[in-house]
Write a protein that binds this ligand. Structure first.
Ligand SMILES: [Zn+2]
Length: 324
């Protein structure tokens, strides 16, 4: 059911929010090559093979290397500003971005410093009329319960207005079931006034989504697409109005679904789930958000009104747009 005509300018200009994107995944190979050169660091492999990872451990190792290149307040502020600038070019007016402190080697033990540096870049972007960006500070699934609680307590004590949510990311297929381990941290985050967003239903199936809802109190799900395997779960997402931050190209790249046509984005939307379209790791995937909207519209035959409705949902579900 291809769309009769999609106007790329209309898609790009449509005011929208991005709610599932990782700052760690926003760097292009050339961004990293110039940061490495600036700090006199050798590249681990040639620039054209920089993103060739063999497995999740190598991916985590790479994140430590790449984010480790951002050492000064200026480095981090520039990365934050750069995201706001690129997102604005896709029509993003407001966004929630995920930052996982475990990857930022140079900022270990200085969460306040990292958040302050990010805030400097995002504040400068706002002054320049670019997208306004809130922070979802993330736990890694491999961390301990104590580390997670410590992070949450620190976030709440800090009370930084740029931080809108607690997040959790990482590969659930490798870490196993971890919902019970992080329930206390998420309960504290909710009590402390933070929103809660949870990666689930991508490397985990419907059972991961159930834990996200029942144990972690998720206000929103990152991915959540494998809910499609359980009609009763889809009905629950609709009843409770739980939004999904869906990233089609990311899912196809990791083989969660075999093709755009078989991706459940539109089936979930038609079932009444609050879906938004997002880029996840635009640097790694060499995509931008407007392109994701375009490919979605082309694949599912979306009219301009449907595109408007999806963009409006993204704005409705953006934590930064609904600050507590
Ligand atoms: Zn993600």
């Amino acid at each position: 059911m291809p769309a009769a005509h999609i106007d790329p300018d209309f898609v790009r200009m449509l005011p929208k929010a991005e709610v599932h994107v990782h700052l760690e995944g926003c760097f292009s190979p050339s961004d990293l090559a110039s940061l490495a050169a600036q700090h006199g660091e050798p590249l681990p492999r040639p620039v054209e093979q920089l993103f060739d990872f063999a497995g999740f451990d190598e991916f985590l190792e790479f994140l430590s290397w790449s984010c480790g290149l951002l050492r000064t307040v200026d480095d981090v502020a520039a990365a934050a500003y750069s995201y706001a600038s690129r997102a604005t070019a896709s029509g993003v007016v407001i966004a929630d971005i995920i930052v996982n402190p475990t990857h930022w080697a140079s900022w270990r033990g200085d969460l306040a410093g990292l958040i302050g540096a990010l805030d400097r870049g995002f504040s400068a972007a706002e002054v320049d009329g670019l997208a306004s960006v809130g922070l979802c500070i993330s736990i890694l699934r491999l961390q301990t319960a104590a580390e997670a609680v410590q992070l949450v307590d620190e976030l709440i004590a800090l009370g930084h207005p740029r931080v809108v949510a607690l997040s959790i990311d990482g590969n659930e297929a490798l870490s196993g079931r971890t919902g019970p381990r992080f329930a206390d941290a998420f309960r504290r985050a909710g009590a402390g006034g933070l929103y809660r967003t949870v990666h689930a239903g991508e490397s985990s199936g419907p059972e991961g989504i159930r834990d996200a809802l029942d144990l972690l109190g998720a206000d929103r799900l990152d991915h959540g697409v494998r809910a499609i395997e359980d009609p009763s779960l889809v009905a629950e997402l609709v009843d409770r109005g739980i939004p999904l931050g869906i990233c089609p190209t990311s899912n196809l790249t990791l083989g969660v679904f075999p093709s755009w046509q078989q991706h459940p984005l539109d089936a979930l939307r038609l079932a009444g789930v609050r879906v938004s379209v997002n880029s996840d790791d635009p640097g790694f995937l060499a995509i931008d958000l407007a392109g994701e909207y375009e490919r979605s519209a082309a694949t599912f035959g979306w009219s301009d009104d449907t595109l408007r409705a999806v963009a409006a949902t993204s704005l409705d579900v953006c934590f930064m747009n609904n600050r507590r």
